[in-house]
Design a protein around this ligand. Sequence first.
Ligand SMILES: Nc1nc2c(ncn2[C@@H]2O[C@H](COP(=O)(O)OP(=O)(O)OP(=O)(O)O)[C@@H](O)[C@H]2O)c(=O)[nH]1
Length: 279
Amino acid sequence: MSETYDFLFKFLVIGSAGTGKSCLLHQFIENKFKQDSNHTIGVEFGSKVVNVGGKTVKLQIWDTAGQERFRSVTRSYYRGAAGALLVYDITSRETYNALTNWLTDARTLASPNIVIILCGNKKDLDADREVTFLEASRFAQENELMFLETSALTGENVEEAFLKCARNILNKIESGELDPERMGSGIQYGDASLRQLRQPRGGLGKVLPLHWFQIPLDSEGESRPFLKNKPVPEMVSLARALLSTSPALLACSRYLCQSLCLYYANRYAVKFSTFESRS
Ligand SMILES: Nc1nc2c(ncn2[C@@H]2O[C@H](COP(=O)(O)OP(=O)(O)OP(=O)(O)O)[C@@H](O)[C@H]2O)c(=O)[nH]1
């Protein structure tokens, strides 16, 4: 069965042995708890297509072994990951204390820009807790990580952890902070977005560097084109073209507004996407 998706993100699941990494992946993909989970040998793999903020994203997830003896193997899989779940076990301070080492590995071997969500797993074992929610959330804040407590057993916050990480990556792509075109970004375009990018008839003959061009479409129908990242001259003229039509845009429906943007995006062979204005 062929899958269409807008993006593919490479994800890692890292953290000390026995924290529940394989169980988290299994719960996310199969929606059930993995009974009799054994230590992972090297690396295991899973994938799932999810819907994030109106985009279809395929998550390609590498579940790594936490045991020290596999470290040299697992490290070779870090390269080019866009996101990671960094897992500790709330009932084991030892796994929490090891977080700094895992973090250093992720940022040096994958990418300094890797988006990481810290997962305090085995939330269901609250009576045996050795790490408080508060101290872990402080650690997360200090290290610029997102944070959730999860339970692979009950499923609590498992899907949320993957989706939160994916949503953050998508936001960074849309704001221009992350460039999917950069080598080793851990992001690939899927069929759906490529279709949108196909050259129109009588097009420019070359695909321009791809930059995100965002137009807030809020409830008033207001359309203030603006550019993020480094605008290329073509993008500036695109912005001007849209600005000059703004009275018309103000009057027209969201649908028409989007069609017009799509028309220009196709014409200039640039990506077009929408997001909800939060004003
Ligand atoms: N109570 C509880 N037990 C869990 C949870 N997640 C995992 N476990 C148990 O923790 C143990 C280790 O789980 P794994 O998923 O194999 O751990 P891992 O992090 O993949 O371990 P390595 O592959 O060695 O790195 C197993 O006995 C699981 O049944 C959870 O959320 N709650």
